[in-house]
Design a protein. Sequence first.
Length: 216
Amino acid sequence: MKDFGLLRQQMVDEDLRKRGITNERVLSAFLKVPREEFIPDELKEEAYADYPLPIGQGQTISQPFVVALMTEALEVKADDRILEVGTGSGYQAAILSLLCKEVFTIERIESLGKAVQEKFKRLGFFNIKVKIGDGSLGWKDRAQFDGIMVTAAAAKVPPALKEQLRIGGRLVIPVNTKAGLGHQDLLVLAKNKKNNFIKENLGVVAFVPLIGQKDH
């Protein structure tokens, strides 16, 4: 059996820190969350490789560097309430849960959502609430959110997510490039006043598509 603790430390040192992730709170969270618990048993040996892995239902767990890049870009504070769209394996939500007060995460695939609820309980992540539903509509009765992270590729930013982000908050989302070809621009939208956002592009990524009423 591999020494997952050692591999986790190596991942943080080599794949995150050396590639430009500098937020010590983020790096600390990655040292505490066991990625091997969020992937299928047959792939555990690859748990700390810096590439995405399949988790079933046509979904993936993102490569650690991309998870770290998105987490750092969200600029999470200890008292924040964060919305995640696309629970998937639950790894991203677990990382966020160590950085903020509450995580609200939405998963459209019921089997994944139910499995991850049990996983959070077993691993002791008690400040995460999971909803089965259409993430493109956000979670209106829990809004406003200090930060929103979307872990699936949208054709455009869903209006509901813009509305449910508080002024001063940040939205991190992969949006399809004009060229298409299965790649997206990883965008950060900082809401500085109602209906007004400052946009930053962090580069090209590749995510599974966001499927919902307001994803196009």
